[in-house]
Design a protein. Sequence first.
Length: 267
Amino acid sequence: MKNSLPLFICIILAATGCNRYQYLTINSNNNNLKQAGGESREFVIENDSLQITYNFQGENAPVHIRVMNKLDRPIAIDWKRSALIVNDKAISYMIDELKTTGTAVTNSVNWNRDFSTSFTTFSAVTPLPVDWQMIPPKSFIEKTPLGVTNAFVDSRDKNTFVSSKKVLPDGTELVVKEARFTEENSPLKFRSYLTVLTEGNGSISPVVFEHAFYASNITNSMVKPSDLALGRAYVKKTTAFGTGFGVVAGAAIVGTAAALTSMSEGK
């Protein structure tokens, strides 16, 4: 019975998962993009006709787009001809996949004990994609068509990550791993290509707005977003904390101690 408790602890630890978080600070060097103050991290472009606002806060860096029509006539967004371009790979803002939902009902008729028939009816609804989205005069729309990434961003040079101290809202000091980048050496670059349709002289003309962004800061930590209060884009990854410890039970406690040390250091 002496070894039963340590073994039990090892099994419990082996079944436990931990979340790692990677926080991304998004920046842009576009001269026509203004960044809103405070923690909003919003990027705004504005002219006499419209105002476009981008926000990437939240899990998987969602592309939140707000378009305000300042004109006295309607305009439209052509989502089919708009795209997110991540590290030179283009992904349409309009998903082509159609999902059909419905209900199947099967009925059987027994004419006698030797003969019966059955039939199935199926009713379905397939929502069709909408290429254009109209914006009435003096109004706005909001859309979050995609997320920039759902995977950890890896830097080619691991030495770019250095230990840094962060202070939590409750005053607790935390050591994290942090790296800073320029637009030239950032491992994550993306562009938003937005096609706006305007009407004039009886014809519809497309106007393209393209804006470039990049990750200027990447922070790795075990602390969840609500505790760290960075107000940034982030990616979450569940680690196999203790995976294999049930097999090599004697190494489980050592491995756990190392993992807890890594947690405090933000690795």
